[in-house]
Ligand binder design. Structure first.
Ligand SMILES: [Cu+2]
Length: 487
């Protein structure tokens, strides 16, 4: 009995311990569970707080669905009136525009001159947008596009295209940028005949000299089979030789035909006054202006267009020479010629046939494809003949339009008797090669003593290959006292 009672007591203790243990375990489980639930709620709460804080992030998770669901929108960017003038603070409006993939923008030219839109990565290029015309482009690729106007590069804008390309849109044909319709030559060439020189000055009294300059934009040949869009004075490169006397009043009438795309003006290096006349001769297509200046100092001077962007206008061929002679005119000679050197920056390499657009990158690098006399590779070798007779005294008015490269002017087989870049009184005698800077002109005088071919070059001689070559043919009896062809 005693042993049974002991067993009973032990069993009871075991049961009580078991129950207590079970209760304890259950309690800790419950506590843990409750704790976990509480913690989870906290996490959930902070998550919702975080979500509430970032609504935009939540939206951006599904851009492709949104893009494909929403219909494409049409936007408008205005090219403002007077945007051509860098001081006007006008340009593209709005300057920055945010759109979605598939949206299109119509660019409306409300200015009075032609503009373009070209993005630096070349995703789009509007070509020329004439005044009053517009150009529409659909953006099918996301990204940021910084664009500018080719003739007026200070005009800049930005398009931000958001979203991704949907399959439907990716197979849609890519909109092609319109190209300016200028591939065909309007005239054969813009060469000025080197013999086209005004008559000598024989008077001693100053007078009013009237000059008309017509700004002409012309597609023509730069070499045989190579065309380029030239901007010119009176349709030739160089523009006309203007011949006046010290003390003359020069009245310049400038005309910009309405068919033109650009504003133009003229800066005479012979003018004493701000801009050399540039500000008072700036005219838009369809306009005309007249201004006067007094020719104060003798010498040969370049005149050139200085409309924005000035180097672009010079690189297109807008330059010429004005010769200011002393009272009574320069001494008489037998032959006079007029030659101006300039260099050309074409998209295609030297000799590449077809229409060549202007390449500003090459112009900035001063890496010219062509260097010519009178606006054509073959101007003075094939197209026009310069000739003289043995015994002739020759005067050559030679200038450099540039815009970047000066000329080391030389005539193979001749020595210049007189060279003067300024006042004829300050001439240098007996010269061979003379540097003429871009934007400068000089007078070269020599006597032809021996018959044969005399070759005009830029004595940086590889430039001959680029076109800096001309011939002067001298005819007449041999002069064996001076030169012995067959001793
Ligand atoms: Cu111009």
């Amino acid at each position: 009995m005693k042993r049974m009672a002991r067993y009973g007591l032990l069993a009871s203790i075991a049961i009580v311990v078991g129950v207590v243990l079970i209760l304890l375990t259950q309690f800790s489980f419950i506590t843990l569970y409750e704790k976990t639930i509480a913690e989870l709620s906290e996490v959930k709460e902070s998550l919702s707080k975080l979500e509430a804080k970032l609504p935009s992030l939540k939206e951006e998770k599904i851009p492709s669905e949104k893009t494909s669901e929403s219909a494409p929108e049409k936007y408008k960017v205005i090219i403002e009136n007077n945007a051509w003038d860098p001081n006007s603070k006008k340009g593209y409006s709005p300057k920055v525009l945010k759109i979605k993939v598939g949206d299109s923008i119509t660019f409306v030219n409300e200015d009075t001159v032609t503009h373009t839109l070209t993005d630096k990565g070349k995703e789009f290029d509007s070509g020329y947008i004439m005044p009053g015309e517009s150009w529409t482009f659909t953006f099918s690729k996301a990204g940021e596009y910084n664009y500018f106007c080719v003739p007026h590069p200070w005009m800049e804008g930005k398009i931000i295209v958001e979203g991704v390309l949907t399959p439907e849109k990716s197979i849609a044909p890519k909109e092609k940028a319109s190209q300016p319709q200028i591939a065909k030559a309007e005239v054969e060439n813009v060469i000025r005949d080197p013999s086209d020189v005004p008559p000598p000055i024989e008077r001693r009294e100053p007078k009013l000299v009237k000059v008309t300059l017509v700004y002409k934009e012309i597609v023509a040949e730069l070499d045989n089979g190579v065309t380029f869009e030239f901007w010119t004075f009176n349709g030739t490169v160089p523009g006309p030789l203007i011949r006046v006397m010290e003390g003359d009043i020069v009245e310049v009438k400038v005309i910009n035909p309405k068919e033109n795309k650009m504003v133009h003006n003229v800066d005479f290096h012979a003018v004493t006054g701000p801009g050399g006349g540039a500000a008072v001769s700036l005219v838009k297509p369809g306009e005309t202006k007249t201004f006067r200046f007094k020719a104060l100092a003798t010498g040969a001077y370049i005149y050139h267009c200085a409309a924005p962007l000035p180097p672009d206008h010079v690189a297109r061929g807008m330059y010429g020479v004005i010769l200011v002679e002393p009272i009574g005119g320069l001494p008489k000679v037998d032959k006079e010629f007029y030659v101006v050197q300039g260099e050309w920056y074409t998209a295609g390499k030297l000799g590449e046939k077809g229409f060549q657009s202007f390449d500003r990158e090459k112009a900035l690098a001063e890496n010219a494809e062509y260097i010519t006399f009178n606006g054509h590779v073959k101007a003075l070798t094939e197209k026009y003949k310069m000739s003289a007779k043995v015994g002739d005294r020759v005067r050559l008015i030679f200038g450099v339009g540039g815009p970047n490269i000066g000329s080391n002017f030389h005539i193979i087989g001749e020595i210049f008797d007189k060279v003067y870049l300024g006042d004829p009184e300050t001439y240098v005698a007996n010269e061979e090669t003379v540097y003429v800077a871009p934007g400068a002109a000089g007078v070269f005088e020599f006597k032809v003593d021996v018959p044969g071919r005399y070759v005009l070059v830029d004595h940086a001689l590889y430039r001959i290959i680029k076109g800096a070559l001309g011939f002067l043919e001298a005819t007449g009896p041999p002069n064996e006292e001076i030169y012995y062809p067959q001793p």
